[in-house]
Design a protein around this ligand. Sequence first.
Ligand code: TXA
Ligand code: MG
Length: 325
Amino acid sequence: MFAQSALEKALHFLRQGGLVALPTETVYGLAGNALRVETIARIFEAKNRPFFDPLICHFASVERIRQLIPGLTADELRLLRHFSPGPLTLLVPKPDQIPALVTSGSPYVAVRVPNHPMALQVLAALDFPLAAPSANPFGYISPTTAAHVEGQLGGKVDYILDGGPCQVGVESTVVRLTANQGIIYRQGGIPQEALEALLPGLAWVPASSLEPSNPTAPGAPGQLSSHYAPAKKLWLSPTPSEVPAGLDPSDAVFIGFNERSTLPYKQQYLLSASGSLAEAAAALFGILHKADAGNFTEIVACLAPETGLGRAINDRLRRAAAKRG
Ligand code: TXA
Ligand code: MG
C-alpha cells in the first residue's frame, strides 16, 4: 500500500519519544507519545504554542479509547462509534495516565480516531495514544500537504510521513456532552447538523455562549479570535465585487466560494466552482497557503454559505481575518 520503510521510520521516532508529522483526513498533525511529558513539551515548543491551549489525543479505535477511559456514557459512546474513524473530537474525563500538560490542566481530555489509513496503521502499531495538534506554527494556516509541513516546521520534526493531500481539509469538530447539552468548542469536519441528527435530545450550543467561569464548562482555549491566519492581511468582503475601503485589487488576491469577482484582482481562486462545501473545505488551507506565498500584498475572501461544512470554513476565514498588522 505505502512504503513500509516510511511507516517503520515513523514508528521508530515515535517509540523514542520523537515528533512525527502524521497525515490525517483533516490536516497534518504534529504527533508524539501522549503519555510522555518531555515529548508533549517538545510539541508545544516546536509549534511555539502557549501551554494554555490543550492537545488532542489520537487513538487507533474507539475500543482503545475505552481501554484508557472506561467510564464513557452511553451518549459519548454512541457519538464516538457513529463518527469514528472521522473528524470528530470528544472531550471526556481525563484519566491519570494522561499528563496534565496535554490538557493544559483541564479535567477533560480531547480524544479522536483519525480516518486516514497511514495514521490508523501507525496508531495500531503503538501501545500509546498520540497527542497531535495541527502541524503548523501556533496561529498560522494549518497544513494539508506534507510540503506545507516541510515549509512551516521542517527543521523541528524528526520525520514527516507523507500521506498525500488531506481529504477533509478542515480540522475535527470538537464537542463535549453533558446530560442535556452538546457543547461545540470548534466547528469542523463533522457538520453540526449531523450531530443534531444523531443526538436530537441534546441542546447543541457553542462553547462561547457559556459562562467561562462555570466550572462544568471550561473556557475554550482554541477559540482565540485570531487563528488559522496567513502572514498577509486577510479581509472579508460581503460580495465578490465589493472591495474593502482603501484596498487596491490589482495588488491583492481574491478567494471566492463559487463566484468570481469582476474587480481587477491580480489573481483569483475559487474554493469550489461547483459550490460544493466538501470540495471548498478540502481546498481552503491549500489556497490560503498559495495566497500567502504569492506576490500580493493582501488577501480578500468571501464567506461560504453558513450551513454544514460552511460553518467550519467561515470560522477559519473569520479568524484569519481577525489578525491585523
Ligand atoms: O483535525 C484535528 O483535530 C487536527 C488533526 C491533526 O487531528 N488536530 C488539531 O489540533 O486541529 P489543534 O491542536 O490544532 O486543535 C485542537 C483544538 C484546539 O482548539 C484546542 O483548544 C481544543 O482542540 N482542545 C483540545 N483539548 C481540549 C480540552 N481539553 N478542552 C478544550 N478544548 C480542547
Ligand atoms: Mg491547530
